[in-house]
Ligand binder design. Structure first.
Ligand code: ADP
Ligand code: MG
Length: 594
């Protein structure tokens, strides 16, 4: 019907299914409720038909001079039952519609949270939000009243057409020519409604993305005096959404006309052809009148069906945008890894990490970040990764966590390729502290237990102490349960980092990966951070991307990175003696300004 190719390449094994099939797959799960609701609504309508009969009864009763009690009781019952059915039926259908939305949302949520890091790098959060909220909402009407209404109308039309064929084949042929005309026009118009809806939903998504973009750097936007500029961008997106919506309405209106005109032409033709046939005696007047009445009666269902089909296009547009996300690659286990006896997961003590001639690039059209990295870090102790900004240090951590696969070579944990590890086990043994903004909206406690939901109060207390957060907890109005703002905006950089470290430690990791922030710590903080690392290194393998001389000099092993290669490995003293780049870095306190 329309272009169903997802915006992203989901790989040859995942061909996009037709949106109509998907819509049906979702609606089918709630079909029972939908049918019950539809049946009740229908019954409510039938009960309404009884009212005139009772009215006749009332008149008879009156003229016979009998008591009105009986007919009035009937009337009361009919009003109550009819009213109840007419309320309950649509209500049940709305529930079914909401259920469909819920099913779709759950599927989408499951996908979104498990997307690959590489996918998220390219996607816009605001647009994803709008797919989850706004697009799914479009499905509600479609999945409830549209389906039932459309099916009812279609049956009535089929019945009417059957009757026509039975009444008079010649007039039937004339009418069918018009039906064919309507069909052709609908085939032309319907995809256009769908495309216009996709465009208008996309414009909504863009608006969401623009808003997200502003709030993710709100202080910078304000400080740059960029409010006017950003407002203009948002308003442009809102205007686009309006224009696209109008365009969809245009095609919908045209669909209405396209259905109406041929039916009226059919009316005239039937009158003309039928009149001639009646005059020549080939047909009786009664048949012609019956035929015309049928045609007249069918106008309602026909415009109803066209309206349903238009609504269906909206639903298909929504499904299209939802499915685009559903078709993105999520973090799939290799089958053999999922089944694997995770002997490694039960291992205890510090984990071993190995890089064996690893090359890596973030995407095929990007240059290589690693050109053959080899190093090992085993057992307890502190390994420091140092090197100029952009040398590929943070990328080392991403490969260990398997956020991305190595392009060639092997990254191993406990001697096993990370690709062979069950993902949950692999990440379960690692505590990872990101380079920046490692705090989420919520309370301090929520932030801490994120990686260890079943941590006890005393364990939390311990890490608070270890990460030197006691003072902060005492200062906050509600202690551990205080909210710390979107991305932890109410904390200082050093506090944020220690919260992230505490979170990682609460997991009791066998491997701690710590990406030092370049410039967030004062001297006192720096000293205590160093102590936290050294304490952890007593029983854990700690690898730290180090920007500070004090961290580096305490390391058991230093790996010097330069332009995607390991340039040298050794202790501080060894490297100062042997490596020129290291000497320079050390002389500048290793602080690598970005
Ligand atoms: P370092 O931590 O040593 O400063 P990184 O490992 O962060 O360096 O980055 C190495 C290179 O990879 C840089 O040139 C950077 O621009 C690039 N890079 C980092 N992250 C991504 C990404 N998600 N997508 C594409 N390129 C990236
Ligand atoms: Mg980095």
């Amino acid at each position: 019907m329309t272009d169903t190719t997802p915006a992203t390449d989901a790989g040859p094994e995942a061909p996009a299914r037709a949106p109509i099939t998907r819509l049906w797959a979702y609606a089918r799960q709630h079909l029972r409720l939908l049918l019950i609701g539809g049946a009740l609504s229908f019954a409510g309508g039938l009960v309404g038909l009884v009212q005139p009969l009772i009215a006749m009864d009332v008149i008879d009763t009156l003229s016979n001079g009998e008591s009105l009690t009986r007919p009035l009781l009937y009337l009361g019952a009919v009003v109550i039952v009819g009213g109840a059915l007419s309320a309950l039926g649509p209500y049940l259908m709305q529930i079914a519609g909401q259920d469909v939305v819920l099913t779709v949302r759950k599927q989408l949520i499951g996908r979104l949270v498990r997307l690959q890091v590489a996918e998220v790098d390219r996607l816009k959060p605001g647009d994803l939000v709008s797919r989850l909220t706004s697009d799914t909402n479009l499905l509600r009407t479609v999945a409830s009243t549209t389906v039932i209404g459309g099916v009812t109308d279609a049956f009535m039309i089929l019945g009417g057409i059957g009757l026509m064929a039975w009444l008079d084949p010649v007039l039937f042929g004339t009418t069918m020519a018009m039906v064919a005309m309507v069909t052709v026009m609908m085939l032309f118009i319907m995809p256009r409604i769908q495309n216009a809806t996709v465009d208008s939903q996309k414009a909504l998504g863009d608006m969401g993305s623009l808003l997200e973009r502003i709030f993710s750097a709100f202080r910078t936007v304000k400080a740059s005096g960029a409010e006017d500029h950003e407002t203009a961008r948002l308003e442009a997106a809102a205007t686009t959404a309006r224009d696209k919506g109008v365009k969809a309405s245009f095609w919908e209106a045209l669909a209405g006309v396209a259905a109406f005109m041929p039916v009226n032409i059919a009316f005239l033709l039937v009158l003309g052809v039928g009149g001639a046939r009646v005059a020549s005696g080939a047909m009786e007047v009664g048949t012609l009148i019956g035929f015309l009445l049928l045609l007249f009666y069918l106008m309602g269902p026909i415009s109803g069906l066209v309206a349903s089909l238009s609504q269906l296009q909206t639903g298909l547009a929504a499904i299209h945008r939802v499915e685009e996300v559903a078709n993105l690659d999520s973090e799939a286990e290799r089958p053999e890894a999922a089944q694997r006896e995770s002997h490694v997961a039960v291992a205890e003590g510090p984990a071993q990490v190995g890089f064996e001639d690893v090359t890596f690039r973030y995407a095929e059209d990007l240059p290589y970040v690693h050109h053959g990295v080899t190093f090992a870090s085993g057992g307890r102790g502190l390994t420091a990764l140092v090197g100029p900004s952009g040398a590929g240090k943070t990328t080392v951590f991403s490969l260990i966590e398997r956020f991305y696969p190595a392009t060639s070579g092997r990254v191993t944990v406990d001697g096993v390729d990370v690709r062979e590890w069950p993902l949950e086990d692999l990440r379960g043994l690692i505590g990872y502290v990101e380079q920046d903004a490692p705090v989420l909206d919520g309370s301090l406690r929520e932030n801490l237990v994120m990686a260890a939901q079943d941590a006890t109060d005393s364990e939390i207390e311990d890490v608070v102490k270890t990460a030197r957060l006691t003072e902060l907890v005492e200062k906050l109005p509600e202690g551990l349960d205080s909210r710390i703002g979107y991305r932890g905006t109410t904390l200082s950089g050093g506090e944020r980092q220690r919260v992230a470290i505490a979170r990682a430690l609460l997991r009791k990791p066998r491997l701690l990966l710590l990406d030092e922030a370049t410039s967030q710590l004062d001297a006192a903080n720096e000293a205590s951070l160093k102590q936290v690392m050294l304490d952890a290194a007593e029983h854990t393998n700690v690898i730290v991307v180090a920007h500070r001389l004090s961290t580096v000099t305490s390391a058991d092993q230093i790996v010097v990175f330069d332009a995607g290669l390991v340039r040298a490995v050794g202790t501080h003293a060894e490297l100062v003696a042997s490596d020129e780049l290291y000497r320079d870095l050390a002389a500048s306190q290793l602080l690598t300004a970005a």
